[in-house]
Design a binder for this molecule. Structure first.
Ligand SMILES: NC(=O)c1ccc[n+]([C@@H]2O[C@H](COP(=O)([O-])OP(=O)(O)OC[C@H]3O[C@@H](n4cnc5c(N)ncnc54)[C@H](O)[C@@H]3O)[C@@H](O)[C@H]2O)c1
Length: 249
């Protein structure tokens, strides 16, 4: 068995993304410890991982998991206010809000608290991974692992390597993402532009959709429907913004 198969996974931040990521890694067989500074956020994440549309109970109903697989996944997740518990894992995925100062602080704290060999990954939507690596003493073990919402169902895994990220780190994270049922694609960090690949192209589309609405060509609902009908997108651009902000209940 490779090392990646038995890693313990820590998740920092139990919001829209962190809660779903913890559910995903636990369902993939990884002991997972998810922490948040907010007890209320932990309560919501625990409840959503169970009861939301893409939670464990719903996944059993939809035939995606058996009842015993869902039980096993539940048993593998620890929800805790203790940062050190999540930081003690072999692979830690940072999911705090998209503010660079906040993320740099979390990476500094993780670097101090995590085992020397631990990999520190960020689910940033687009900040340079090299910035996060620079906040640590282990740039070879810092990487981007960008998920999409809802984390449990989306196959998206944008794995972002900075110049200092080691091949071993990249290979471990690619393997874990594959075990989580994702389709990992490795891309290069580009500090000159926010958003890696998916969000740069998504951003261009949203900007154009907003311009079309501002010009009075069509309203939000009409634009959403046209894009779904023309390109078979699951939802239109304005529905995507809403889902990313508040989750897909
Ligand atoms: N929402 C999406 O669709 C989406 C998709 C891909 C990536 N992302 C990225 O994922 C990250 C998290 O986004 P989100 O939508 O889950 O945000 P969110 O606001 O729903 O959740 C963030 C959580 O982090 C917690 N937090 C803040 N500081 C913390 C700290 N120091 N330690 C532990 N927990 C802390 C907050 O209490 C909150 O519960 C962001 O970088 C975002 O850009 C979001």
């Amino acid at each position: 068995m490779s090392r990646s198969a038995s890693l313990r996974i820590g998740v920092i931040g139990a919001g829209v993304m962190g809660g779903g990521i913890a559910q995903s890694t636990a369902a993939a067989g990884y002991a997972t410890i998810c922490t948040d500074i907010s007890e209320a956020a932990l309560d919501v994440a625990r409840r959503d991982s169970e009861e939301s549309r893409f939670g464990l109970a719903g996944s059993v109903q939809r035939g995606k998991l058996t009842a015993s697989e869902a039980d096993d996944a539940r048993g593998r997740i620890t929800w805790t206010g203790e940062f050190e518990a999540a930081a003690s894992c072999d692979l830690v995925i940072e999911c705090v809000p998209e503010r660079l100062d906040l993320k740099l602080g979390v990476f500094r704290d993780l670097d101090a608290a995590a085992p020397e060999a631990a990999i520190l990954a960020s689910n940033t939507s687009g900040f340079p991974i090299v910035a996060m690596a620079g906040a640590t003493t282990r740039p070879d073990r810092v990487i981007g692992w960008h998920w999409a919402s809802p984390a449990f169902v989306m196959k998206f895994a944008e794995i972002v390597v900075a110049p200092g990220t080691s091949d071993e780190t990249r290979d471990s994270v690619v393997e874990v993402a594959g075990r989580c049922g994702k389709n990992p694609i490795v891309v290069k960090d580009n500090p000159m532009a926010w958003g890696f690949v998916a969000n740069r192209i998504y951003g261009a589309m949203l900007r154009e959709a907003a311009r079309v609405a501002e010009e009075g060509v069509a309203d939000h609902a009409e634009i959403n429907q046209l894009m779904v009908d023309c390109f078979r997108w699951p939802v239109g651009p304005f529905a995507m913004i809403k889902g990313a902000g508040s989750g897909w209940k």
